[in-house]
Write a protein that binds this ligand. Structure first.
Ligand SMILES: [Fe+2]
Length: 357
């Protein structure tokens, strides 16, 4: 069903409508939103300040309502965290020889509800915001990486089995850390070569632990073994390159990096998803991470900040107006007084952070 958008009816009722033509800013030369954009709350907010023309053509579409509330999501995440904590404690005891149970099967019951939510929903940002930032404990970081990996799989339109497998691999990817003494894992200072070797070895150790527990799936094994490898050969433990690292393992690397940036660590505070976008794209430009993964993921993250105030490297503040598919980290920013900056073409300015998050 077609409709019309103008200043008179520009309201949240239009969320879910599809633009039937391109929309330009007031000086008519800057494209704000492209034909085919499905309007969300943030687009409506931007259009309220920047729409210049009346009677735009709209094609309406059905609105997807989230089937789960933020409260349920939070409950879901907290339950999974609690269960994973006790499973990892059992695993640690088993690995260190003081118990003999093999709790790998328990994991399935724990992760399924959490990951099924990701498969079923189209909006994931609330969940990303919920992830615990104090993730120095292996079980918290593991669940976070499982959640982020699954979300990336969903964004890449993978099928349900693949999304669940990514989640499971994320949850298991650092299992080798359970065999590293806490005094090394949490050391707040320079590691000596022996300690560093122990850390580097958590990937190989993780595979050994998984095999001992009967894990045979190649993707889980390779994701655990290769999540610290980088496409340019600069990673560890083997320094292998892109052609050897399966795509599935590359997704775990991106999710692991995202969680490391947004988490609080002994040496740094929490950083916003905008900072994570900039670092992920920097690592992509250096040839370390795959653009086939980072571009759709950072596009999704950047879309959440449309209409929000951001800080540029120059100290200027502006509003994100449009995020581009191919260069999501270089959006169109409105600085006020009719000045629109397209960061794709402005080489003196770049995005630094969101003003408040
Ligand atoms: Fe790791």
């Amino acid at each position: 069903m077609n409709g019309i958008l103008n200043e008179g009816n520009l309201s949240l009722k239009l969320v879910g409508s599809v633009l039937g033509e391109d929309v330009y800013a007031k000086n008519k030369s800057i494209p704000l939103l492209r034909k085919g954009t499905v309007l969300n709350e943030r687009h409506i907010f931007v259009l309220q300040s920047h729409l210049n023309h009346n009677n735009l053509r709209l094609e309406t579409c059905s609105i997807h309502q989230p089937s789960i509330s933020v409260e349920e999501l939070e409950q879901n995440y907290k339950e999974s965290l609690g269960q994973l904590k006790s499973i990892f404690e059992d695993l640690e005891a088993a690995i260190n020889g003081s118990a003999s149970n093999q709790p790998l099967q328990q994991l399935e019951h724990m992760y399924t509800p959490m990951l099924n939510t990701i498969v079923a929903e189209d909006e994931h940002f609330e969940l990303l915001k919920l992830l615990r930032k104090d993730d120095e404990f292996t079980y918290v970081h593991s669940l976070n990486v499982g959640v982020v990996s699954s979300i990336i799989g969903k964004l890449l339109a993978m099928d349900k089995e693949e999304i669940l497998l990514l989640g499971e691999t994320g949850i298991l990817h650092d299992i080798g850390k359970l065999s590293i003494p806490l005094s090394v894992l949490k050391k707040n200072g320079q590691l000596d070569p022996e300690e560093w070797e122990l850390i580097r070895n958590h990937t190989v150790e993780g595979v050994q632990i998984l095999k001992n527990m009967g894990e045979t799936r190649t993707k889980v094994i390779m994701g655990t073994l290769l999540h610290h490898e980088r496409l340019d050969g600069s990673g560890y433990p083997y320094g292998v390159r892109e052609d050897v690292i399966p795509f599935h393992a590359q997704i775990i690397s991106v999710a692991d990096t995202y969680d490391a940036i947004t988490a609080v660590r002994p040496y740094k505070g929490e950083q916003s998803p905008i900072v994570a976008v900039m670092i992920l794209m920097e690592e992509t430009a250096k040839g370390k991470l795959s653009s086939a993964i980072t571009v759709p993921f950072t596009k999704y993250l950047m879309d959440q900040f449309i209409g929000q105030q951001v800080l540029l490297n120059t100290g200027e503040q502006g509003t994100i107006i449009t995020v581009y598919d191919d260069m999501p980290h270089c959006p169109l920013v409105y600085l006020g007084e009719n000045v629109y900056i397209d960061l794709r073409f402005d080489h003196t300015r770049s995005l630094k952070d969101v003003v408040s998050y």
